[in-house]
Design a binder for this molecule. Structure first.
Ligand SMILES: Cc1cc2nc3c(=O)[nH]c(=O)nc-3n(C[C@H](O)[C@H](O)[C@H](O)COP(=O)(O)OP(=O)(O)OC[C@H]3O[C@@H](n4cnc5c(N)ncnc54)[C@H](O)[C@@H]3O)c2cc1C
Length: 305
């Protein structure tokens, strides 16, 4: 892992830097990756992306809550998001973090909260994706996903990270559920005891997960901007007769927009993850860590300021 990536990810936990960046960051460049600070600001962005033939998801940014009451406010906000998507007829679903729903306080609280949202999403014909966060949350996240699926909920999916050694086993254990899985490389700072430190190993693991997931009977969301892996998914699906309905590409708002549209033109489903909300600091830092050249983009805006 590059030293710069580690440095930026470590800075994601700095309250001082957070105060500084939050003060100036949205104007300076956070708007490249975040649809707005409110749902009202995000809706026109979602509508524009849908108009270009792109599917979208949205997320109220934030992770970790202090108490149960705060987690209930997040649930209320997501109920409003789901109702608004319905009212505006957007082709948008929801992706959320279980720590935002209280996972670090109490697993049962997070499970109750996400169950309520999955049920509300079902009532308006929508879908909920559970993001994957730091490695300490993986067991609980997969337990909650499995428990909801086993109790008959179909309108939810999970995410798996190829940088973790454990993920190939996790995938094999989930496949009998015909899961809806988003495959990602992984965006957090993880120690070499549990995660591949070298990018080429992360990429090779992703390729193995991709093929194993596509060969199963579930739905695979290929969430990467890596063109080699995207082409590999396309060839594998073609060679194994996997219908397009079982495969979707997913990318981030503000990243490789031309590639997103090229895939739409080639007839594939592409979903753009389009978050919003005032708590965008940690999200922005992860986007900077993925491509440290993005720091230059931010600094250029500062100079132009
Ligand atoms: C839809 C979606 C959902 C995600 N959900 C999760 C999740 O639940 N948990 C999790 O840990 N991670 C998640 N991630 C982040 C993911 O783990 C990676 O950190 C991120 O996607 C960058 O890796 P990559 O696969 O694009 O490949 P890379 O090899 O890192 O990048 C490939 C190319 O894409 C471009 N690129 C990649 N990132 C950026 C960027 N930030 N800015 C500009 N260009 C860039 C560059 O041209 C780069 O060369 C998600 C990513 C996506 C797309």
């Amino acid at each position: 892992m590059s030293a710069l990536r580690s440095l930026i990810l470590a800075a994601a936990d700095s309250p001082r830097l957070q105060r500084l960046v939050q003060r100036y960051g949205f104007r300076l460049g956070a708007a490249r990756f975040v649809a707005g600070e409110s749902l009202d600001a995000a809706v026109p962005v979602l509508r524009r992306l849908n108009g270009q033939g792109l599917l979208t998801n949205t997320t109220l940014l934030g992770e970790g809550v202090r108490d149960e009451a705060a987690s209930r406010m997040v649930v209320a906000a997501y109920r409003e998001v789901l109702d608004r998507i319905d009212a505006e007829s957007l082709r948008t679903n929801v992706a959320l973090k279980l720590t935002h729903l209280g996972l670090s306080l109490d697993e049962e609280l997070a499970q109750r909260n996400v169950t309520e949202l999955v049920e509300h999403a079902a009532s308006v014909g929508n879908f909920v994706r559970i993001d994957m966060e730091e490695s300490r949350h993986v067991d609980a996240t997969l337990r909650i996903y499995r428990s909801l699926r086993e109790s008959g909920h179909e309108n939810l999916g999970a995410a798996l990270q190829s940088y973790l050694f454990r993920t190939e086993t996790d995938l094999a254990e989930l496949l009998p559920l015909a899961p809806n899985l988003r495959l990602v490389k992984g965006a957090y700072l993880e120690p070499p005891e549990i995660a591949y430190p070298r990018k080429r190993d992360v990429d090779a693991a992703y390729a193995r997960l991709l093929e194993a997931s596509l060969a199963g009977s579930g739905f695979t969301a290929v969430a990467t901007h890596d063109e080699v892996l995207i082409e590999q998914a396309i060839s594998f699906a073609r060679d194994h007769g996997i219908p397009k309905e079982r495969l979707q590409f997913q990318m981030l708002y503000g990243v490789r927009s031309r590639l997103q549209l090229d895939l739409v033109r080639r007839g594939f489903d592409v979903l753009v993850a389009t978050p919003y909300g005032p708590e965008w600091y940690r999200y922005l830092m992860r986007r900077l860590a993925e491509r440290p050249a993005n720091v230059l983009f931010l600094l250029r805006n500062l100079v132009r300021g």
